[in-house]
Ligand binder design. Sequence first.
Ligand code: IPE
Ligand code: IPE
Ligand code: MG
Length: 235
Amino acid sequence: MENLNVPQHIAIIMDGNGRWAKNKNLSVKLGHKAGADALKKISRTAYDLGVKYLSVYAFSTENWKRSDSEVKDLMQLFSNYFDALTKNCGKNDLKVKCIGNIFGLPEDLQKKISKIEEMTKDKDGMNFIIAINYGAHDEILRAVKNICNQVLTNKFLPSQLTEDFFASFLDTKNIPNPDLLIRTAGEMRLSNFLLWQLAYSEFYFSDKFWPDFSEQDLLDAIKNFSARKRRFGTR
Ligand code: IPE
Ligand code: IPE
Ligand code: MG
């Protein structure tokens, strides 16, 4: 492959499952199912390309505002997805981590998340980071509350708080910031995803609905990224 600069960390806002289903006269539930299938394929491609960290936005803190039946279907889909990850974890070296307010999820899902994280904690292949019940505002507030408690109990002084120290209170502790953010379905917004961590990431938007996002589309995004010059404020 021609000089491909594969990002170390790719983050994806997997959007458009609902519109994909609507266009095909299918239920939203089937749209989300197709989205989960797309994720299986794209995570494999990312792994094969040598991506070290893949972060995907699966459910936001705002997505609870959807209908009870859609939320229920999504929780069931996540449950099945974690079962499949657990079943296949002997066959690959994915290290799975969930970010977000995990304690706000149904208990059975919390257990499945702990199980897959525990089972894969020593793997050294691709880090697969699933944002579920994730909102950057919520993440930052949880970090600030934690920091305040530590200051109150004299663990450190406010003056000792540096950027790196602050970042170590976020759910993404020990995870490098994304190099490339991809959002599908033509929307050009962050929808409360990784606000702190995306400060210097490159953004790539695709009009495709997430279930249609193909291996070639991922390659196109990476090719586009490869041609960019990142400056981080320098000349
Ligand atoms: C993304 O697809 C998946 C989740 C937010 C869970 P959407 O369900 O948002 O699809 P659209 O945006 O309605 O098409
Ligand atoms: C963002 O998509 C969340 C996920 C992809 C999980 P949304 O569809 O919820 O975002 P908005 O509402 O269009 O901003
Ligand atoms: Mg959407």
